[in-house]
Design a binder for this molecule. Structure first.
Ligand SMILES: Cc1ncc(COP(=O)(O)O)c(C=O)c1O
Length: 379
């Protein structure tokens, strides 16, 4: 665990790490609690009431700010999907405790102005929190600490062990700059002069324990093994493959599906159903269900939310570094076939899936009045 903390310090470029939080959202809450404790310690607790959150942020970001007792203030993105610095300057002030920024964003776009953003926040004494759930795009390439962030979390279950969609359990360690370190959860792991290890409970400013033992220990072990196997150069290659794969998919499918922000993307690309809806009345959900017929687990759908994708249902594709060229090509081929089916036989797509024991359900009734069956025997 001591070594894993060291690896994560290296990847983040920050000073101290705790492994306790059990998921990304839990890491967010722990990080924002540290920021709150920091301001209380400085005597600015009553003044710092707001957290700035871009509108395309993952839902956990505003939820975290609210749970930690802050008002979540929404920042609209610029037309190209990046942070709008003018909008930021308008909303930031002495009441701002911090900003949560996801880089690359949930739109799969890298934020090129991180340093300027950090300067604007630090100029009013606020803190910059980075949601590092998408670190599989930049790990080993850039250390977020270099561009001015004060605290970040990792989603180890996405980046360093079971790439996105593994189904948990998760691990959401956070890394902080020195001034926030006294507030980290306790105990901390320390290495004694004789090389032995101990827990350090003597942390009077700590926000306390946030999870039993060290969070989901098994997930931490997996991440440790993954990073040890990859090594420094392997971690960089992991990010390069994840980014290359996502860009390959965007370019190969851009003539078939509308791409929301058709520009070089990071580890994921976002398509929408604009074309299929307009021409054939086929929607994102139908396309996702049809993928099941081809043996593919559908991508994340309707996130980013329609309000961030021009009102059209999103299909967010994140191949990660682990998919082979063959499996990516198979996915592309299936998506092309489905685009053709939408034109030739839209009903086939709208009534998918056809090959599963349970066919298309009425989503609304399924959630308001579920009839639950044993998946093994359907009884
Ligand atoms: C950008 C972003 N932030 C936060 C989270 C929350 O992570 P978790 O589901 O581990 O709580 C996710 C999860 O996918 C995410 O994509």
């Amino acid at each position: 665990m001591y070594n894993l903390e060291h690896y994560l310090r290296e990847v983040s470029g920050l000073d101290e790490v705790t492994l306790q939080p059990a998921a990304g959202a839990h890491g967010e809450l722990t990080g924002v609690m540290c920021i709150k404790a920091y301001f209380e310690d400085k005597g600015e607790g009553a003044q710092r009431t707001e957290f700035l959150i871009p509108s395309a942020a993952h839902g956990t970001n505003p939820a975290t700010a609210a749970m930690a007792g802050f008002k979540a203030v929404t920042l609209k993105e610029a037309a190209n999907g990046n942070i709008d610095l003018e909008e930021l300057k308008k909303k930031v002030g002495p009441q701002t405790a911090g900003m949560m920024i996801t880089n690359p964003s949930t739109l799969g776009i890298l934020e090129p102005k991180m340093r300027e953003i950090a300067e604007i926040l630090h100029g009013v004494g606020a803190q910059l929190y980075m949601d590092g759930a998408n670190m599989n795009a930049i790990s080993g390439i850039v250390q977020p600490g270099d561009y001015g962030i004060d605290v970040m979390h990792f989603n180890l279950h996405k980046t360093f062990s079971v790439p996105h969609g593994g189904g948990g359990p998760g691990a959401g360690p956070i890394a902080v700059r020195k001034h926030l370190a006294p507030f980290l959860p306790k105990p901390r792991i320390k290495k004694n002069a004789d090389g032995t290890f101990a827990f350090d409970y003597d942390r009077p400013k700590s926000v306390g324990k946030v999870r039993s033992f060290f969070g989901n220990f098994g997930a931490l072990v997996m991440a440790y093994i993954y990073m040890t196997q990859l090594g420094r150069e392997g971690v960089r290659r992991m990010s390069q493959y994840a980014v290359l794969s996502a860009n390959y998919i965007r370019v190969m499918l851009r003539d078939y599906y509308h791409v929301h922000h058709d520009r070089t993307n990071a580890h994921e690309c976002v398509f929408t159903d604009l074309k299929q809806d307009k021409e054939n009345g086929v929607h994102t959900l139908d396309i996702a269900k049809r993928l099941i017929d081809y043996g593919i687990h559908p991508m994340t759908i309707y996130f980013p939310l329609p309000q961030n994708t021009g009102g059209h249902g999103a299909m967010m594709v994140e191949p990660t570094e682990t998919e082979s060229k063959e499996s990516i090509d198979y996915f592309i081929e299936c998506m092309k076939k489905i685009a053709q089916e939408c034109k030739d036989n839209p009903e086939l797509v709208k009534s998918a899936p056809h090959t599963t024991p349970v066919k298309k359900v009425d989503e609304k009734t399924a959630s308001t009045n579920p009839q639950l069956y044993c998946p093994m025997c359907l009884g």
